[in-house]
Ligand binder design. Structure first.
Ligand code: ZN
Length: 142
């Protein structure tokens, strides 16, 4: 498998048109994560309404893998119950660690990133948005 194979259409589409994306005002971001290995930088804002996470907004400056992962994550978890988000996050991270196979039913568009598991140096690019999400959930649900 070539690195080019990673940049499938769905990844490129999310990279070019990130969902739930925009400038975050000073103090609006819950988390501000950087991946020094690649230069990826992600800020994330969200809040909780009832048992759901809502208003998910990202500001990402990064490579295609990181930006696409952040965009797909934002779209996948916005307005989703927290319990489902935790399940999705655990499933995605396990796939990227190569611990289990990807299921499209469970991960939706995110299965496009499964090939990243073959490239250890890029795994952090794909997982960083999810670690940022988990950090945000910790801040929102003390
Ligand atoms: Zn990256």
């Amino acid at each position: 498998m070539q690195l080019d194979d990673l940049y499938q259409e769905v990844i490129l589409d999310h990279y070019r048109h990130p969902r739930c994306s925009g400038e975050l005002a000073e103090g609006e971001a819950l988390v501000d994560e950087e991946n020094p290995l690649c230069g990826d930088h992600l800020k994330l804002a969200a809040h909780i309404a009832g048992d759901k996470l809502t208003g998910v907004k990202i500001q990402c400056q990064g490579c295609a893998i990181c930006t696409a992962s952040a965009s797909m994550m934002a779209e996948a978890v916005n307005d989703l119950p927290l319990a489902d988000i935790r399940k999705k996050s655990a499933a995605f991270l396990a796939v990227l660690r190569g611990e289990r196979a990807a299921s499209e039913e469970e991960l939706g568009d995110l299965v496009a990133l499964r090939g990243v598991a073959e490239f250890p140096l890029r795994v952090k690019c794909a997982t960083m948005p999810w670690h940022a999400l988990e950090a945000a959930l910790k801040r929102l649900t003390p």
